[in-house]
Ligand binder design. Sequence first.
Ligand code: URA
Length: 206
Amino acid sequence: EIPGGANFQVPDPLEGPRAAAKLCTHCHLHGPASQTVFGDGRADAKLVFVGEQPGDQEDIQGKPFVGPAGQLFDEILGEVGIDRSETYVTNSVKHFKFEPRGARRIHRKPDAGEVQLCRWWVEKEIALIRPKLVVALGATAAFSLLDRNVGIMRERGSIHTRARDSLPVLLTYHPSFLLRIREADEAARQRANFTSDLRQARDWLE
Ligand code: URA
């Protein structure tokens, strides 16, 4: 019997790490960023998505994938029938890395050392959630999760099961890659690839 009966609130196992990550100074990126952007979603999610790092909007709002890439991501999740609120969404690096340019802050890609230093947090999230499938959105997430350089154009759509914990990792594009494609036919073709990868992810929910 659970002490407290029906009123017992199951503690959120991510609460401790989330609070601790707020104070993280493990790498130098915490200095210029506004805040740590920890993962968001269900602690018992079957599906976890891992991106690269928070962007400008995420840094301001404190939540992952809420800017332009997040909006496209939400749109395609809707198309394939994945309810984002049933999943958990996080990033390989928890602070926004940028270069100030006038009033704007231009995204800079985290380097391998920064990804390695931040890996501890994403691995903690995965270990506590124990999802059925993790989706790596882009090469940075693939490097964080698989500890090797991944050619995402070549390997997208494939699943790699990690030897150390048997975790299946599905590789796909980062949604911001789709936003950068100028040519309409190519944009449509790559969006269809990304959509098909997310459909594959959805099938793991059944
Ligand atoms: N890009 C990412 O990789 N993560 C975010 O949270 C937003 C944009």
